[in-house]
Design a protein around this ligand. Sequence first.
Ligand code: FES
Length: 142
Amino acid sequence: MKLVNPHPDPAPRLLASSQALPTHGERETAPCARWTRICDIDEIPRLGARVVRRASGPNVAIFRTSEDKLFALADRCPHRGGPLSQGIVFGERVACPLHNTCVELDSGCAVAPDKGRVQSYPVRIDGGAVYVELEAHADVHG
Ligand code: FES
C-alpha cells in the first residue's frame, strides 16, 4: 500500500498537552516546513514500524516503541542498506534484520562498535494522527 500523501498539511494544529502522545525527534520547525499526515497512531504496531514509500528520496520507517514513542528514520540500514522497518525494536533502538546492526531511533546513529548514520525525521502527533516532516534532509551522514 502506497502511503504518499498528495495533500500534505503544512501546519497541523497543536494539541492540548493532555491529548498529545509523546513525540521524539522533533526539531524547531522552519517557517517553510511541511508536515505530511501518514496514518493514525493505532495503525503502527507497538514494537513495530510502518513504511512510507516515497516517489523520490528514501522510504521512511516510522517506529513505535512499547511506550508509544514515535521515531522516523530512512528505511535503510547504515551498514548495507537493509530494511530497518523489518528489524526488532527494543527500547529506543532497532536491530537490523540482516546483520544485527543496532541503530538509535532518535538520532539514526549506529550503536558502537558499528558505524554510520541514517537520516532521521521529526515526528509529531495531532489528534491521534501521525505527521512526519519529510522535507528535512540535512545532516545525512553515511
Ligand atoms: S544491512 Fe543492516 S546490519 Fe547489515
